[in-house]
Design a protein around this ligand. Structure first.
Ligand SMILES: *Cc1c(COP(=O)(O)O)cnc(C)c1O
Length: 405
């Protein structure tokens, strides 16, 4: 049995990290050994019962798994169609699904004898999850964060520092997530013997998209058991937001071989699909290579990365995980987008009607879920993956609504 146990819906990626034409390893030569060592260590760990049981233990005791499957009764009634369920990743420690992956990689790093951890963060959620696991295991932690993001997310910077992490401002480029990833990769090249890089989404060079996916598969595995116990059948549709794509591929993966279950990823439509105003890579993105991987990227005709925008920092990135590009080509996963305005409405609706304040990222999935629930009959049921909680977003929402705190 392995981390990716139970069913094996796909053999992908291949040994070189390809999902069809996507994925791969596009990095400087100096990182090739580190990545192949990591692939070997992860492959061995994922089959080792000691690793699996250690990870399970910490997922339960530290992160709070399993997360609940919740029936959103009032939103269901409000929409008047399909039953709406939430998979409650928002209940996890540090507030989002990201802890699943941070725990997995931190345990792996210790197996590899690496006591120094680096990570990138945009909004700070992955940085907070990484800082938490490093504090727990006594690992040295450095988080790279764009200077602009540090200002916008000052509270998360303080959280990371409280937990003992060093947060390094990145002044290059747009001073946001993409630039933080570049700095983290630069650090890794220099300190590769002592250091493991905990990448935060199903992105980057092989083995990251595969490994990060596997650490999040627990979401879909739990969901399958929970919905079968509750409804005696599989859901008609599962809907998740897609930044890099880790919560989405995690919840979808164990349903890929269930063709009756429709899978829908929701990207950030920002101010609408105009250049520089959104982060919907499948709407206007093109094939390219960014930060280690071949995938759909928002770029100009010269291949320069476009500016992106979303109300939710966690979805505001120019590239999408390569496995998503593959399943889109196969027609197995559909993609939609939600705009900032739709997200603001659904954020307030969900808070008011369910007593659950969702993360702005997760609210993208909810926007589409509400549309689907209205379109489907009462005999249908859908699951929205609530990837995180909205506590981190309330300041920003207040500002947008013109409320002085
Ligand atoms: C980071 C984040 C996301 C986006 O990342 P994925 O890798 O696409 O899952 C989504 N939701 C929340 C709450 C996040 O913090």
């Amino acid at each position: 049995m392995s981390v990716a146990s139970k069913t094996a819906p796909t053999q992908l990626p291949d040994a070189a990290g390809h999902f069809g034409p996507y994925g791969g390893v596009y990095v400087p030569e100096t990182l090739m050994t580190a990545l192949s060592d990591l692939t070997a260590a992860y492959t061995a760990a994922s089959k080792d019962p000691a690793f699996i049981s250690e990870l399970r233990h910490h997922l339960k005791e530290f992160a709070g798994r399993p997360t609940e499957l919740y029936f959103a009764g009032r939103l269901t009634e409000h929409c008047g169609g399909a039953k709406i369920y939430f998979k409650r990743e928002d209940l996890l420690h540090t507030g989002a699904h990201k802890i699943n992956n941070a725990l997995g990689q931190a345990i792996l790093a210790q197996r590899m004898g690496k006591k120094r951890i680096i990570a990138e963060t945009g909004a700070g959620q992955h940085g907070v999850a990484t800082a938490a696991v490093c504090a727990k295991f006594g690992l040295d932690c450095t988080v790279y964060m764009g200077a602009v993001d540090m200002e916008r997310q000052a509270l998360n910077v303080f959280r990371m520092r409280l937990m003992g992490a060093k947060v390094v401002p990145v002044e290059a480029g747009q001073k946001t997530l993409k630039d933080a990833v570049n700095e983290a990769m630069r650090d890794w090249v220099t300190n590769v013997r002592s250091t493991h890089y905990i990448l935060g989404s199903a992105l980057g060079a092989h083995p990251y998209p595969m490994m990060v996916r596997d650490f999040h598969r627990v979401i879909g595995q739990e969901l399958k058991e929970q919905i079968l116990a509750r409804e005696k059948r599989l859901p008609d549709e599962i809907i998740a937001c897609v930044g890099g794509g880790s919560n989405a591929i995690g919840v979808f993966f164990d349903f890929l071989n269930d063709p009756a279950v429709k899978l829908i990823g929701v990207e950030a439509g920002g101010h609408g699909i105009k250049r520089g105003e959104h982060a919907a890579r499948f709407e206007g993105g093109k094939l390219g290579v960014l930060q280690g991987s071949k995938t759909y990227i928002l770029q100009n005709p010269d291949g320069q990365i476009e500016l992106t925008h979303s109300v939710s920092a966690g979805l505001d990135y120019a590239a999408i995980g390569p496995e998503h590009a593959y399943y889109r080509d196969q027609g197995r996963i559909d993609y939609a987008y939600a705009t900032d305005d739709e997200v603001m409405d659904a954020f307030q609706l969900c808070s008011r009607m369910e007593g659950i304040i969702p993360a702005l990222e997760s609210t993208h999935a909810l926007v589409h879920g509400l549309k689907r629930a209205k379109a489907l009959g009462k005999d249908k049921m859908i699951v929205v993956n609530l990837s995180g909680r909205g506590d981190k977003d309330v300041n920003q929402v207040a500002k947008i609504l013109g409320v002085k705190l």
